[in-house]
Ligand binder design. Structure first.
Ligand SMILES: CC(C)(COP(=O)(O)OP(=O)(O)OC[C@H]1O[C@@H](n2cnc3c(N)ncnc32)[C@H](O)[C@@H]1OP(=O)(O)O)[C@@H](O)C(=O)NCCC(=O)NCCS
Length: 273
């Protein structure tokens, strides 16, 4: 496994998906394509036309980069490849901070690299009946986007302009709650492997976030990645009959990120924060 780490292009998507399937992850076509459009995707060739490892680093200006899709093929694991490709992404990012959401399998690797735990997250899944509220939010228009961008930057603690600009196209539903002075919150839902993934949800308070959820979550299979700092979201999920699926650890590296977790209700994706 001495092949160098190289920058991947969208042509490498099928190999990325074969690697993900090797680790029992889904194909996540929509998510990979979005990550290729906003992030830097790196990989190590396995010498047989496939990939032995991948990592994605999505930079948000000079402040933060979100690390994701850290995958090493089973047949190549525990030989230092995960550490090598992570160090490459960390060196290339050049941002003051890094953030990621770690699986139990990945956490020891990130701790060894100097990441620290800042939170925990539980993924809830199940089937819901569909919207139970209406009237609080409206589909976002182009005129709302500057206010969406400003609120996102304030709450996330870094300028995610490229991701925010892509949300109306990436999401199947992307709503805002308008108030007299601008935007009180925004929420999106996108399709991931046949499930509606709910996020982002950013709002000035829990009431606004919950009214967004009541309006944007479609009927059928859904997934919410809920930070433990938001018990009101756990209560919402349990009331709608969703169950805990797996838990992850939210980690940071470098300068503490100047975000506001109280108003960051759901990430766009664990891969993007
Ligand atoms: C998590 C993952 C990326 C780690 O990849 P990896 O290539 O095995 O990582 P490394 O080899 O750098 O480190 C893994 C372990 O092997 C050990 N190791 C590294 N080089 C070694 C060597 N030459 N001989 C023996 N052990 C070695 C490390 O010390 C480490 O041990 P620890 O976990 O007990 O601390 C991989 O297991 C994976 O893809 N898992 C499934 C997907 C996933 O959960 N990814 C994380 C997403 S957040």
């Amino acid at each position: 496994m001495d092949a160098p780490v190289r920058r991947l292009s969208i042509d490498d998507l099928p190999a990325c998906q074969r690697l993900a399937e090797d680790r029992e992850w889904g194909r996540e076509d929509r998510k990979w394509r979005f990550l290729f459009s906003v992030g830097d995707v790196y990989g190590v060739d396995d010498g047989n036309g496939g990939l032995a490892a991948t990592v994605v680093s999505t930079p948000y200006g000079k402040d933060v980069a979100a690390i994701s899709m850290v995958l090493v093929a089973k047949r190549h694991e525990r030989r230092g490849l995960g550490g090598r490709i992570m160090r490459h992404a960390m060196d290339e990012a050049g941002t003051a901070s890094l953030c990621l959401t770690a699986t139990e399998m990945g956490r020891p690797l990130y701790e060894r690299l100097g990441f620290r735990t800042v939170g925990s997250c539980t993924t809830y899944t199940g089937e819901v009946d569909g919207p139970s509220g209406h009237g609080a939010s409206v589909p976002a228009t182009a005129a709302d986007m500057p206010a969406v961008h400003a609120l996102d930057t304030e709450v996330f603690g870094a300028d995610r302009a490229q991701v925010v600009d892509g949300l109306p196209a990436f999401c199947e539903t992307f709503n805002v709650v308008r108030d007299g002075s601008g935007i009180a919150g925004f929420g999106g839902v996108w399709r991931n492997d046949g499930r509606a993934l709910v996020g982002p949800v950013v709002a000035r308070d829990a009431g606004t976030a919950l009214s967004l959820l009541d309006e944007i979550v479609p009927p059928g299979p859904v997934r919410l990645d809920i930070d433990h700092r938001h018990p009101e979201l756990v209560a919402w999920a349990e009331k709608r009959g969703l169950s805990p699926f797996f838990s992850t650890t939210v980690m940071e590296y470098g300068e503490p990120i100047a975000n506001d977790p109280a108003r960051l209700f759901l990430p766009v994706a664990q891969a993007l924060g």
